[in-house]
Ligand binder design. Structure first.
Ligand SMILES: NC(=O)c1ccc[n+]([C@@H]2O[C@H](COP(=O)([O-])OP(=O)(O)OC[C@H]3O[C@@H](n4cnc5c(N)ncnc54)[C@H](O)[C@@H]3O)[C@@H](O)[C@H]2O)c1
Length: 442
């Protein structure tokens, strides 16, 4: 199949490279000329494990190319995917559809023969109708179908998720579009990935419902963690104890500083708005949004309390700025709330992240970015683990203790065992588990 992928961000680039790897001919389009120029030079603008080799190989084999010229790519394509951003609209939290509808207008102007236009971006229910209307208005005689095909990949594991998805959702009731989409995903079909064909509106809602459910699961265990701390229970064991139940499942039950990232925060708010306007308010989702927002601020307070109630003039080392490991994405990361809150309380901040420091430095002014975790820890009054990168799971604890002014660790991802930290002489606070150890004077 000849595919145009419009939007070459986390989703578009991974999807485009994977489709090319399936044997399709893919042109990835972006209006960011710098990004396309970099890709044409063989540079990958984002960090995603395995993506560089996948892109390089498919470019070499002539199936994958990059361009800014949308009309040329769409004219040639049998299937045009829209994978542009749908950020929160300022003010009301609705999904900002200006990029999606802008892309639809550009596609309309370029349409040649019958083309399947596929929305891969996460878009509110009814956006497919709107995309169809925009294209129809711009080019009444055009032959096209508009399909919803939401994407479920996770940053950091995106290639595997794309190639071995739990399911593929395709929203259309147009026979020709269904055939084209079956062809696009045929290699996965052979791997027995379930394909769910639904109405377009249903497909659009499935994506939001999935993200809202996962966000709810995280928020639920976070509240259980707070309760565990109050009553002397261990949230890790509570999570294991409930996760063995197949009806609940063990995934997304890791207590932490609150969810962030490019999807859950904006998608929960957008779903909340859609539901309010439809007259069927999603009260659970509304609560999840409020609880999660409050949690990030509460985590900053937890760190201040761990430092004896004030951080003015103290140095705090932060390990991890990305919203999760294996990505350089810092959108809505807990670090973006916690670090400024600590700075506002007078702390001096030193930080390390294996991939996200250059992005974070643009938003977190005044934070000293360090070459490694030990440099960050140097003479710090406390060390805070904000992202559970593998690189932080096996730190040299003796060295860490030597670097720190005070052996105080606040681990908001529960990656260390309290007994181990106590035995090494740390005061160690985590999430949903008892604090252990003492520091001099505390
Ligand atoms: N990031 C994820 O993990 C993830 C997972 C599933 C779904 N999604 C959804 O996929 C969509 C894209 O997310 P992302 O994280 O890849 O976004 P992104 O911001 O990384 O990339 C979007 C790209 O689209 C480009 N663009 C915008 N308008 C364009 C146009 N008219 N023509 C060409 N290029 C254009 C931008 O320059 C940008 O490079 C969003 O709706 C998001 O909710 C994201």
């Amino acid at each position: 199949m000849r595919i145009a992928m419009i939007g070459t961000g986390y989703v578009g680039l991974v999807s485009g490279a994977c489709f090319a790897d399936f044997g399709h001919r893919v042109v990835c389009i972006d209006k960011d000329a710098g990004k396309i120029a970099a890709l044409q030079r063989g540079e990958i603008p984002i960090f995603e494990p395995g993506l560089d080799e996948l892109v390089e190989q498919n470019v070499k084999e002539g199936r994958l190319s990059f361009a800014t010229d949308l009309p040329a790519a769409v004219k040639e394509a049998e299937v045009a995917f829209i994978a542009v951003g749908t950020p929160s609209r300022r003010g009301d939290g609705h999904a900002d559809l200006s990029y999606v509808l802008g892309a639809a207008r550009e596609i309309a102007a370029a349409l040649g023969g019958y083309t399947v236009v596929v929305t891969k971006s996460t878009v509110p229910v009814g956006t497919g109708d709107e995309v169809e209307r925009v294209i129809r208005e711009a080019k009444p005689q055009a032959e096209f179908s508009v399909v919803s095909n939401p994407e479920f990949l996770r940053e950091g594991a995106a290639i595997n998720d794309f190639k071995r998805p739990d399911r593929i959702v395709i929203g259309t009731n147009d026979r020709r579009a269904r055939e084209a989409m079956t062809e696009v995903y045929r290699p996965l079909y052979l791997n027995a990935a379930p394909i769910l064909f639904t109405e377009r509106r249903t497909a659009e809602l499935i994506k939001y419902a999935a993200n809202a459910f996962l966000a709810t699961k995280i928020t639920f265990i976070n509240e259980m963690a707070d309760l565990c701390e109050k009553v002397g229970a261990d949230v890790q064991e509570v999570a294991r104890g409930i996760g063995f139940d197949n009806r609940i499942g063990s995934k997304f039950l890791h207590a932490g500083p609150g969810f962030g990232g490019s999807c859950f925060p904006k998608d929960t708010i957008a779903l909340m708005r859609t539901a309010q306007e439809a007259g069927a308010p999603a009260r659970i989702v509304e609560t999840v949004v409020a609880v999660n927002d409050a949690r990030k601020h509460a985590m900053a307070e937890k760190i201040v309390a761990a430092c004896g109630g004030k951080v003015a003039g103290k140095t705090i080392a932060i390990l991890g700025l990305a919203f999760k490991p294996n990505t350089d994405d810092i959108r809505e990361a807990a670090s973006l709330v916690i670090v400024p809150a600590l700075a506002a309380a007078g702390a001096k901040l030193r930080a390390h992240d294996p991939q996200a420091m250059s992005e974070a430095a643009k938003l977190l002014r005044g934070v000293e970015m360090c070459k490694n975790p030990y440099e960050a820890a140097k003479d710090a009054d406390a060390l805070v683990i904000l992202t559970e990168w593998d690189a932080y799971r096996a730190l040299d604890l003796d060295r860490l203790k030597r670097e720190l002014k005070q052996p105080l660790v606040v681990d908001l991802r529960n990656i260390y065992r309290p007994e181990e930290m106590m035995a090494k002489g740390f005061r160690y606070l985590s999430v949903g588990r008892a604090a252990v150890g003492q520091v001099a004077g505390s």
